[in-house]
Structure formats: structure tokens, C-alpha cells
Write a protein that binds this ligand. Structure first.
Ligand code: FAD
Ligand code: N01
Length: 537
């Protein structure tokens, strides 16, 4: 846990991003140290311990590719690994590569200030430590800051409350309890079936229904593992060049609008039977052509009506008013079937808005729902939340939070003009949350480390995004987003879930493969769009 007084690189966060960064930087002979708010590694998989938490990308795809040995020795047990297994994996990575000695746990970075005289960052923590580093890398996560519940009357509630993103480590026993779940995003869709199996009653308060597809989870198929390993290098390369960073969706170039109704139905049925994100690869026009998108929406809605016995409840669960897939598609295990249980009630907040939380339960415009416990499954202050909560100051005392007051602006989602030598992993303006994030994380870590190495080889000490390159990138991100249907949903991709957050589409929708080529081209052209200065300059 000790580190030199003057570091080459300060890393914030010890999830997938921070761990790989430490390993890679150490391999380059640089001094690097990470600070992590939690008391262990794992990030998302450390914090989100709610029942049912698991990955939505097939396990072998949602894993590091940087080490052949690691890939050879780790065996996943399920098609979609659950949170405990993912956390074990990340702990194994930390141990295998001896990373813990370079991580300070239980410590939050509160500020990072750039010193123009020395060209170094001064980083401070909530334990009073001050660190000097040439580079600072924010590996702080896109979904690491819970959206804080702020319901009228909330403080009056006498029972326990839980946020899915900060679940107690010892677990929660809901046996015999009446439980309210507020929210119906991925976290709710995964946890509700598990809570309903245990609790006496579950009442779900839904503001917007989500599209969800069945996972068809089970023990990992040994044939899948064999096939994956037989062509592992090629599969990894295909992931890197794909649109979403995963290949199990088996994407086609076929257009939904060009096939017959029967052919389309068969395609969707086949992919539904396969489960998970297979449906995302069905047609190339689903996310750009409203007609094709409506085909996907109609098919999914019909499945909801099949899965839910009560037609009134089914209709409440059918998403309307925003295009299919423009909020991250959920992958569920028995979510809709859970509404067939006698102990489960759905309250549609569009019909009867949530008025307040009382001492004994939840009150809507129409009724009181007495409950013993409340689960807030209300998501995160996504993509910018972890960064704007740190007092990050660049040149001339420029505060990042102020710079982003009207929405985040970056060059490539990697750097921000006015903030030299400060990198972000999966920052806004990169594919990040629209992808298999492990693939995007590895790409960013590799790019950042290559950049730091390249600067060192040329006796360059400072790199900074030029304002012109940043403007052009922001314009490109917006232009690509405008070609999709994403802007039509009130999603957290646009910050719409956090009151007062500017409505800006934050991730880059151009695809993981396209984005990688752009980043590689910029590096190959001696970091085009970046201003470079000698060390100490
Ligand atoms: P994180 O895992 O979020 O780690 C960031 C770490 O930084 C955290 O531990 C946090 O405590 C720490 N930190 C933040 N700020 C500070 C600070 N100021 N000081 C000190 N420490 C700080 N992605 C997928 O591709 N597929 C999935 O199936 C998937 N499932 C998900 C399920 C859930 C419930 C959630 C919330 C996210 C999911 N994601 C998924 C996204 C997931 O966040 C990424 O896949 C990945 O785990 C992110 O890794 P990371 O290291 O970049 O960030
Ligand atoms: O959060 P969300 P999440 N009153 O923002 C509702 C990843 N993830 O934690 O849609 C009432 O999606 C809100 O309603 P609305 C994945 O990327 C993956 O579930 O804003 N309701 C919504 O229903 C995912 O997208 C997995 O109208 C309120 C819900 O709360 C991301 O993390 C599992 C409300 C929040 O849904 C976030 O998922 C979990 C209010 N005041 C997470 N405020 C996998 O499956 C919010 N809501 C791998």
C-alpha cells in the first residue's frame, strides 16, 4: 500500500478499468498507485450485490483478453455469470497479478488539481493524503454513483431502505416481509424475481416499462467453451472490431424492412429461443429505421402478453412511447412470469403517480401501500456523476464540473481540453455503456498506456486535447447520435433520470470497431488533435 512520493500515474478506482491499468502500467516500468472508495476490488461487482445481479453478455465474452494464462485458467460456471462469481474473478485477477500492494482501499479521491508550473497533478483523498503524479487516470466507472432517492416523506419511513447499487454485503432476508421496489430498469428486472421468491408480498412501482428478453441462463455449455477457446484469438479480435464488443449476438446485415413478415417472425423466434442479446443482431436496421424498430417492439410486446397471464397487467408492462432498444435492453430470468405470482402487485405510476413515502409505506395519488422495506432500484448518476463529484481543476483553475455544466465535452471520451495529462476510461463521448464494457475498457487502457509510453520515448511530458479537436469530436458524436433513435427515449444515456441534469446523449454510437480505428489512426498520426509539450513545459 506504500508508494513513492512522486508517482508516474495516479489511478482512481479499482474495478475492471483500474485493475488492468495497474497491471499494464507496472509492466511498463512506471510507478502507479490506485485509490478505491470501497474496501475491495471489483467496482460494479463489488457494490451491486442485490439478489439476481448478473452480467448481460455471455461470460466468456465479458472477461479480460490481455492475458492468455488468465484466460486458460479461469472457468466460468454459468452462461451469464452472477455477481459473486464476477467478484471472485476480479479478486483472482488482483491476486494473480499481485495488484493489491498498489491499491489504497476505503479511500475516496476528493480533488485533482493540475499544476501548470510543474506539469503535474496534485491528488488529495478524504483520508488527508496528498499525491503528486505526472498523469492521472480516472477509472471511476460510468455507473458507480447511485441516483440518490429524494421522495417526499422519505425520512419518515420507519423500515429499512436499500439501493440496489449499494446492497449490504451480508445480504438481506426478506422472508415474511412486504417489500416495495421502486424502478423497473435492469437492476429491478433482475432482483424482483428473486425478492418475490422470498418476501411475503412485493409491490413494484413502475414509472416506465422496459423492454426485456429472456436470458435462458444455465450452466455454461462445454461446447460453447470449446468453440470459444479453439478460436480464441480470432474471437477476441472479432469482438474488438464489432459494433457492440461482443459476437454472441451473431449480427447480420439483413434489413427487417426487406424480409417477409413470416421470415421476420422466424428470425426473431430463433433469436428469442437462443436468449439474451441474440435479438440485437437480428436486423441491421433495428436501431436506425423506425419501421424496423417497430417490428422488434411488436415482437417483444407480443412475448410480454404471452408471458403475463393477466392481460391488464401485461398491458401495463408493455413499453410505449420510446423506440425499442433505446434504453439498454434488459436480459431477465423469469421477470414477466413473476407477475403471475399471487404475492406480486404492479403499480403503474403513470396512472397513479407516487405522492410520498410515509412512515409505513408508499402513497400514490390513489392508494396507500403499507410495506416493511423499500428497495430503490432507481439507477445511477451515469457517465459524469463520478467525475463531477471530484474537484477536478485543469489549467487556470478550470473546474471540470463547470466545463460540463451544459453536458460533457471530450475528445474521444479520453481527454478534455484544458485538462492536460488527465485521462478517463470509458468517458462520455466513447462507446462505453453502449458496448460490452470490458472490451471498451481494455481498448482505452491500451490506448492510454501506449500514449504515455510514446510521450516518454520522445521526452514529451504533457499531452492535452486541443479545443478544436474536441469541438469536432463533440459534433461527430452528436451527428452519429442523430442518425439513431436513441435521442427519442428519456434514458440515462441522456441524463434524463437525474432531475436537473442536462439532456445530452453521452456515449458514442458509432460502434466499438469504428471507434477503435479512429483512435488508432489518431495515435498513428502522432496524436492528431492533441497539443504536445516537452516534459516540465
Ligand atoms: P466500476 O466497476 O464502476 O469501478 C469504478 C470504481 O471507482 C468503483 O469501485 C468506485 O468505488 C471507484 N471510485 C469512483 N469514484 C471514486 C473516487 N472519487 N475515489 C475513489 N474511488 C472511486 N457492463 C457490461 O458490459 N455488461 C454487463 O452485463 C454489465 N452489467 C452491469 C450490471 C450492473 C448492476 C451495473 C451497475 C453495471 C453493469 N455494467 C455492465 C457496466 C459496468 O459498470 C462495467 O461493465 C464495468 O464493470 C465497469 O468497470 P470500471 O472499472 O470502469 O468501473
Ligand atoms: O437503473 P435504470 P438500473 N420515481 O436507470 C426508475 C446496467 N445494469 O440500475 O425509466 C420512480 O436503468 C426509472 O424510471 P424511468 C445497465 O447498463 C445492467 O436498473 O426513469 N421511478 C427506471 O425504471 C443499466 O441500464 C444489468 O422512468 C424512478 C429505474 O428507476 C444500468 O446499469 C443490471 C425514479 C432505474 O433504471 C442502470 O440500470 C443492472 C423516480 N423518482 C444494471 N427515478 C444487467 O442486466 C428513477 N426511477 C447486466
Amino acid at each position: 500500500m506504500t508508494h513513492p512520493a512522486e508517482l508516474d500515474v495516479a489511478v482512481v478506482g479499482a474495478g475492471f478499468s483500474g485493475l488492468y491499468l495497474l497491471h499494464k502500467l507496472r509492466g511498463m516500468g512506471l510507478s502507479a498507485h490506485a485509490w478505491e472508495a470501497g474496501d475491495g476490488v471489483g467496482g460494479t461487482w463489488y457494490w451491486n450485490r442485490y439478489p439476481g445481479a448478473r452480467v448481460d453478455i455471455e461470460s466468456q465474452e465479458y472477461s479480460y483478453s490481455f492475458s492468455e494464462e488468465l484466460q486458460d485458467e479461469w472457468q466460468w460456471s454459468e452462461r451469464y455469470a452472477a455477481q459473486p462469481e464476477l467478484l471472485r474473478y476480479l479478486n483472482h485477477v488482483a491476486d494473480r497479478f499481485d495488484l493489491r500492494r498498489d491499491i489504497t482501499f476505503n479511500t475516496r479521491v476528493v480533488s485533482a488539481h493540475f499544476n501548470e508550473g510543474t506539469g503535474r497533478w496534485t491528488v488529495t483523498t478524504d483520508t488527508g493524503e496528498t499525491i503528486s503524479a505526472r498523469f492521472c487516470v480516472m477509472a471511476t466507472g460510468c455507473l458507480s454513483v447511485p441516483n440518490e432517492p429524494n421522495f417526499p416523506g422519505q425520512a419518515d419511513f420507519k423500515g429499512p431502505t436499500y439501493h440496489t447499487g449499494r446492497w449490504p454485503h451480508e445480504g438481506v432476508d426478506f422472508t415474511g416481509k412486504r417489500v416495495a421496489v421502486i424502478g423497473t430498469g435492469s437492476s429491478a428486472i433482475q432482483s424482483i424475481p428473486q425478492i418475490a421468491k422470498q418476501a411475503a408480498e412485493v409491490t413494484i412501482f413502475q414509472r416506465t416499462p422496459n423492454y426485456s428478453v429472456p436470458a435462458h441462463n444455465g450452466p455454461i455449455d462445454p461446447e460453447v467453451v470449446k468453440a470459444w477457446n479453439a478460436n480464441r484469438a480470432e474471437n477476441r479480435q472479432l469482438q474488438r472490431l464489432s459494433a457492440g464488443g461482443f459476437i454472441s449476438s451473431d449480427s447480420t446485415e439483413q434489413l427487417s424492412v426487406e424480409v417477409s413478415d413470416e421470415e421476420r417472425r422466424q428470425t426473431y423466434e430463433k433469436r428469442w429461443a437462443k436468449g439474451g442479446f441474440a435479438i440485437l443482431g437480428a436486423f441491421a436496421d433495428q436501431m436506425i429505421d423506425p419501421v424496423a424498430n417497430a417490428h422488434a417492439a411488436e415482437f417483444t410486446a407480443a412475448k410480454i402478453r404471452e408471458r403475463v397471464k393477466d392481460p391488464v397487467v401485461a398491458e401495463k408492462l408493455v413499453p410505449r412511447g420510446y423506440p425499442w432498444g433505446t434504453k439498454r435492453l434488459c436480459v431477465d430470468i423469469d421477470y414477466y412470469e413473476t407477475y403471475n405470482r399471487p404475492n406480486v402487485t404492479l403499480v403503474d405510476l403513470r396512472e397513479t403517480p407516487l405522492d410520498r413515502i410515509t412512515a409505513t409505506g408508499v402513497q400514490t395519488s390513489e392508494a396507500d401501500y403499507p410495506v416493511d422495506a423499500i428497495v430503490f432500484a432507481i439507477g445511477f448518476d451515469a457517465m459524469t456523476g463520478a467525475l463531477t463529484r471530484i474537484d477536478i481543476r485543469g489549467r487556470d483553475g478550470l473546474l471540470l464540473k463547470d466545463e460540463w455544466a451544459a453536458g460533457p465535452r471530450t475528445y474521444l471520451g479520453l481527454m478534455v481540453a484544458g485538462f492536460p495529462n488527465l485521462f478517463m476510461v470509458t468517458g462520455p463521448g466513447s462507446p462505453s455503456v453502449l458496448s460490452n464494457m470490458v472490451v471498451s475498457i481494455e481498448q482505452h487502457v491500451d490506448w492510454i498506456c501506449d500514449c504515455i509510453g510514446w510521450l516518454g520515448n520522445r521526452q514529451l511530458g504533457v499531452i492535452e486535447a486541443s479545443p478544436e479537436a474536441q469541438d469536432a469530436w463533440v459534433a461527430h458524436v452528436n451527428e452519429v447520435a442523430d442518425q439513431t433513435l436513441y435521442q427519442q427515449a428519456n434514458s440515462w444515456y441522456l441524463g434524463a433520470n437525474v432531475p436537473g441534469k442536462p439532456r445530452v446523449f453521452m456515449p458514442y454510437a458509432g460502434g466499438v470497431g469504428v471507434y477503435r480505428e479512429l483512435c488508432d489512426g489518431i495515435a498513428a498520426r502522432d496524436y492528431e488533435g492533441f497539443v504536445l509539450q516537452p516534459a516540465g513545459g
